[in-house]
Design a protein around this ligand. Structure first.
Ligand code: PMP
Length: 357
């Protein structure tokens, strides 16, 4: 019996992907070996790597003048790697602050360049409007966090940032719906939510941004050097890359990001509707900034939090505890969470309210 796993990440993966990985674990493609056990320079792995990239390009309609890089270090490494590649010490970079993860990105970037906060909406659990953005002429880039995983605050528009290259930390909403990649100069994402296992970090970067890394940048984090080696500059996380490739094929079989967008919108609407219909549960995010991926809510009687979590787990609904900095609950509804999981959660919430309100 599979659990309904609402974890924010590492997160639920499609059952079909896990079953295929299990079936192939001891003997990948008649080799008598696991993907984990073979060289990253061998033909077999190179094919997995190339197919994963091609499938991702197709899914996201990545134009030919963008490189797709498979890196390590998580999104947290990118907080530093972005400024190392795109700035000099006297550069200014604009950051939109919408909460926890944008603040982390800002703090790290401040070690390398001057950061100007173009809008601060952080603790208000909302997204700034386009008209609120205070942008710097000549900024090296403008950075934002399309989905704040902890508070459940999501941009439902792509900010226009004048001439500056737009950089987005899409860790928790990549592949969740169609986006126009050409609006972005650089997209990065840790894999462990909508892509695959942790240990892999995806970077999609426009070619004109390559080749400007500071001299002290580690080669494994120099976008041009990594692109030049097809992300095989050193040993990559081969198994995570393989699983990501299986997830991309699952996405293609299931209608791609357009179908994911429809399904994710329906899942989120169902849960927010249940929260709004009751005075027992409450979501604190501005309506136009409610995340489709991470739905946060509190109980009117917070002394019931631990009972709610314990009984939810007994009902097969796991990892609903909110982040420690916010408290309350959080249901992460990534691509691999089926609508039935959300329906089961809504049913449980109604029943819990009936017994405790
Ligand atoms: N950015 C966002 C939006 C995230 O959700 C996370 C992880 N939850 C991070 C950055 C940090 O990612 P990592 O642990 O891969 O460094």
């Amino acid at each position: 019996m599979r659990a309904y796993n609402f974890s924010p990440g590492p997160a639920v993966l499609p059952l079909e992907v896990l079953e295929q990985a299990r079936a192939e674990l001891l003997d990948w493609n008649g080799s008598g070996m696991s993907v984990m056990e073979v060289s990253h320079r061998g033909k077999a792995f190179m094919q997995i790597a190339a197919e994963a990239e091609a499938d991702l390009r197709e899914l996201m309609a990545v134009p030919a003048n963008y490189k797709v890089l498979f890196l390590q270090g998580g999104a947290t490494a990118q907080f530093a790697v972005v400024p190392l590649n795109l700035t000099r010490p006297d550069s200014v970079a604009d950051y939109i602050d919408t909460g926890h993860w944008s603040k982390k990105a800002i703090a790290e970037a401040r070690r390398y360049c001057t950061v100007r906060v173009a809008a601060e909406a952080g603790d208000a659990m909302r997204v700034p409007a386009q008209s609120e953005l205070n942008l710097t002429a000549g900024a090296a880039y403008a950075h934002y966090t399309p989905n704040e995983t902890i508070s459940g605050v999501e941009f439902h528009y792509v900010p226009a940032v004048g001439g500056a290259p737009l950089v987005a930390d899409m860790s928790s909403n990549i592949l969740s719906r169609p986006i126009d990649v050409t609006r972005f100069a650089l997209i990065y994402a840790g894999a462990q939510k909508n892509i695959g296992p942790s240990g892999l970090t995806l970077v999609i970067v426009r070619e004109d941004l390559l080749g400007h890394a500071r001299p002290e940048t580690p080669s494994v984090f120099d976008y041009r050097a990594v692109a030049h080696e097809g992300s095989l500059l050193n040993t990559p996380p081969t198994f995570a890359w393989y699983i990501a490739g299986l997830v991309f094929k699952w996405l293609k079989r299931n209608g791609g990001v357009a179908a994911m967008g429809e399904a994710n919108g329906a899942k989120a609407r169902a849960l927010y509707a249940a929260i709004d219909a009751s005075s027992f549960y409450r979501n604190h995010v501005a309506r136009d900034a409610r995340s489709w991926m991470n739905v946060t809510f509190t109980l009117a009687r917070s002394e019931l939090d631990s009972e709610f979590l314990a009984q939810a787990a007994q009902a097969g609904l796991h990892n609903l505890k909110g982040h420690r900095v916010l408290g309350g609950m959080r249901a992460s509804l990534y691509n691999a969470m089926p609508l039935e999981g959300v329906e089961a959660l809504v049913g449980f919430m109604r029943e819990f309210e009936r017994r405790h309100a």
